[in-house]
Design a binder for this molecule. Sequence first.
Ligand code: ATP
Ligand code: MG
Length: 358
Amino acid sequence: MATFDQVGVGDLGGDGTFSSERIVAAGADDLERAAEAALRPRRLEEFVGQAVVRDQLSLVLQAALARGSSPDHVLLSGPPGLGKTTLAMIIAAELGTSLRVTSGPAIQHAGDLAAVLSSLEEGEVLFIDEIHRLARPAEELLYMAMEDFRVDVVVGKGAGASAIPLSLPPFTAVGATTRAGLLPAPLRDRFGFTGHLDFYSSDELERVLARSAGLLGVSLDADAAREIAGRSRGTPRIANRLLRRVRDWAQVRGDGSMDLAAARAALEVYEVDPIGLDRLDRAVLTALCTRFNGGPVGLTTLAVTVGEEAETVETVAEPYLVREGLIGRTPRGRVATPAAWAHLGLTPPREGGTLFDA
Ligand SMILES: Nc1ncnc2c1ncn2[C@@H]1O[C@H](COP(=O)(O)OP(=O)(O)OP(=O)(O)O)[C@@H](O)[C@H]1O
Ligand SMILES: [Mg+2]
């Protein structure tokens, strides 16, 4: 039986891969989520970046407040660590109401969701994390609740079972997903507002870092902030994590000041390179360039070469390498781009090398 306060929020990284032992992983484990709580912006005004989504959301919320009614249901989509949970909390705070938290995986049966829904109070915000992982029967119940503010509660079993309609107070559902594409259209359509979060610019991450340093009570030099931001893969969660590691270094091995030298030294200890690649990322790139002459090479072969499971290489290392234009996926396998060779400081072969050779 699922309960709903704080259930299942921290049990998986948003993308379903649990790789928080990597310092550049986008997901987080429970322990880290606790550390993050202190750094979470509480109001829309404090939420850095995502100007478009912030502006749109602010309109939705202000209009609802002015009308004295619950706003439309909100869907937040985007990669892990970009602020979906944070925004859900902000929505409740801005509306001056409380937030109920549950998640797709925490709801096993439609009855679990019915229990959550029927305990909602007027105007509350129901946050459903990883909403793409809701089971089908629960999903159907949710359609009805979102559209008609009503659920059918089934009592009894077999032939004697009957459905008792139960009306719900108006509430706002906020769904979060890292995989908007997996949401069935009827569910997607029931959200009046969808905000898609994108990776942050270096500028925005520098602002996130400055804010976090203030909250941690440490002073962070502007050029150190820029250095950390550049290695954070466009993700505030990673930026805050690297900031904590730089703070450790400054305290233990430095003189306490968080300057450029401290940032560089700390990130070298943690093997995060200037564009945010870690050891696994670089191992994949290096193998691709030096062992396979830039490819194309099959994923499985590449994975064996770096001593990893194919799935790990595909889900943990590849997305960022592809996003950064360092490797390409072709029907014949993975290939290194000229940027990969350049990043490793290597010269691409002239003959029979990569698909990208002139
Ligand atoms: N716009 C922002 N401004 C400042 N800090 C932010 C912002 N977005 C995210 N953060 C920080 O990054 C951390 C991670 O954000 P959050 O938990 O909201 O991500 P998420 O999108 O829900 O990730 P997941 O998909 O893993 O659940 C938060 O603790 C918060 O401190
Ligand atoms: Mg989240």
